[in-house]
Design a protein around this ligand. Structure first.
Ligand code: PMP
Length: 394
């Protein structure tokens, strides 16, 4: 039987990580995988996470199963963190999931149960796991224009035009903030225009928010999600705690389904529980318990927010420095968008030959579409990267 399996394509980012590890050069720079790194290149456990884990270790008396939706305290705390009261709590069904990936997967599975014929619209480009999960579940996706490579910003007119072509009941996947892989995001006024098209066309938003707190701040980064959820009769929201709590390997995420009314939410909750049951039964608990412990304790929460704010401002400062260096070296503002982008990533818009030259001649590793992880830099390596980009012909 097993020999009948088809070979699966290698994950590009994981292959890039392996190539980086095998490179003997001391001055190599890893801008590949999407993990936050501090200026020393470490991905530390956040202080509040350590403190919460200690508290859990001291106080936890059982590891018996939780409910199918996970720990209710976690779901409540995350609904509040993401939605900030934008929607009445009794309209929100929520389940803990294994990471944001699990939330996206469960969201697509839920769409499949409710509307198997719906097309799920994805930004071009998007996180590669979006189309692959949709394909894996036998659903259909389509693309809307998003990134404008000429400006490094969003092609809003193209995006709206494409979304106007969606059929009623189709699902539109939107990145709540810090778009991956481009770093380019809609302005508040542009979000209003997107919402108007969603309403006009009767489309269902599916918001993937994996970087809340990495862009402009915890509330600012959730503002668009809250606005969409507040304006639409129904929305799906997949959130991840991997980045903003630094608990990547604990697999902590949540899927929220916002229904028209309480009855709709009860029905959705039953279906979300059922999907958890079919796919893995109870969701992982440790990371969720850490998050709930932090969010429900004033001191831990304040410390977490302070550390998250350091992470955010470090990345923002690196963006400004890199945009500044490139402006100086190219004597132009063509890389000014790097300072405008938000989150961990920026797509530089370099052709594959230059990406390859950067790797071969300069030991700079970035994803083939020229996405860089800003957190892979520090104040010493920014000038080196800028010089390498210009030397490679960028
Ligand atoms: N959505 C997007 C857009 C992401 O970039 C990521 C992380 N790479 C995720 C979801 C999910 O991350 P995780 O499963 O690690 O929580």
């Amino acid at each position: 039987m097993l020999e009948a399996l088809k070979e699966q394509p290698a994950d590009k980012i994981l292959s890039l990580m392996a190539a980086y590890r095998a490179d003997p050069r001391d001055d190599k720079i890893d801008l590949g995988v999407g993990v936050y790194k501090d200026p020393q290149g470490r991905t530390p456990v956040m202080r509040a996470v350590k403190a919460a884990e200690k508290r859990i270790w001291e106080r936890q008396e059982t590891k018996a199963y939780t409910g199918l939706a996970g720990d209710p305290a976690y779901c409540d705390a995350m609904v509040a963190l993401v939605l900030g009261g934008a929607v009445a709590r009794d309209r929100v069904a929520a389940v803990a999931t294994p990471g944001g990936t699990g939330a996206v997967r469960q969201a697509v599975d839920l769409v499949k149960q409710a509307a198997p014929g719906a097309t799920i619209w994805l930004s071009n480009p998007t996180w590669p796991n979006h189309p692959s999960i949709i394909r894996h579940l036998g659903m259909t996706s389509a693309e809307y224009r998003y990134f404008d490579s000429a400006t490094g910003g969003v092609d809003v007119e193209g995006m709206l035009e494409d979304l106007r072509g969606a059929a009623e009941g189709d699902v539109v996947l939107l990145h709540g903030c810090c778009h991956n892989p481009t770093g380019a995001n809609l302005t508040e006024a542009e979000w209003d225009r997107v919402i108007a098209v969603l309403q006009e066309r009767g489309l269902i938003p599916l918001i993937d928010i994996a970087y809340q707190g990495f862009g402009d701040g915890l509330d600012a980064d959730a503002a668009a999600t809250r606005k969409v959820a507040g304006a639409m009769p129904e929305s799906l929201i997949a959130a991840s705690c991997s980045k903003n709590f630094g608990i990547y390997r604990e697999r902590t995420g949540i899927l929220m389904a916002i229904a028209r009314d309480e009855g709709g939410a009860t029905l959705a909750q039953g279906n979300l529980n059922h999907l958890n049951r079919q796919n893995y039964s109870f969701p992982p608990d440790h990371g969720a318990r850490v998050v709930a412990t932090i969010l429900t304790d004033d001191e831990l929460r304040a410390d977490w927010q302070a550390e998250l704010e350091e992470v955010r401002s470090t990345m923002l400062e690196l963006r400004r420095q890199l945009a500044g260096e490139l402006a100086r070296l190219t004597n132009s503002d063509r890389y000014a968008f790097i300072a405008e982008h938000r989150g961990m990533f920026s797509r530089l818009g370099l052709p594959p030959e230059i990406v390859e030259t950067l790797r071969k001649d300069h030991g700079v590793y970035m994803v083939g579409d020229s996405r860089i992880n800003i957190a892979g830099l520090n104040t010493d390596t920014v000038p080196l990267l800028a010089k390498a980009i210009v030397a490679a012909g960028g």
